[in-house]
Design a protein around this ligand. Structure first.
Ligand SMILES: [Zn+2]
Length: 68
């Protein structure tokens, strides 16, 4: 989903808006003070740690000893 984050130039409020068409970005206004001058924030990707996959499974002993 093209969810973008914006900041109002007047009151400094940040808000998110769903931008499906580029022209929608120019139609935005601040939800708090209705200011039209908002700027898009750089959406920083969430810093995720590398997913560590623990490989399990020990080898089984398949030796069958026979005593006769
Ligand atoms: Zn505002």
């Amino acid at each position: 989903m093209p969810l973008r984050e914006f900041e109002c130039e007047r009151c400094g409020r940040t808000f998110e808006a769903l931008i499906r068409h580029p022209e929608e970005e120019g139609e935005l206004s601040c939800p708090a003070c209705d200011e039209r001058r908002v700027r898009r924030l750089m959406s920083a990707p969430a810093a995720l740690g590398g997913s560590a996959e623990a490989g399990g499974g020990g080898g089984g002993c398949g030796g069958s000893g026979r005593f006769t």
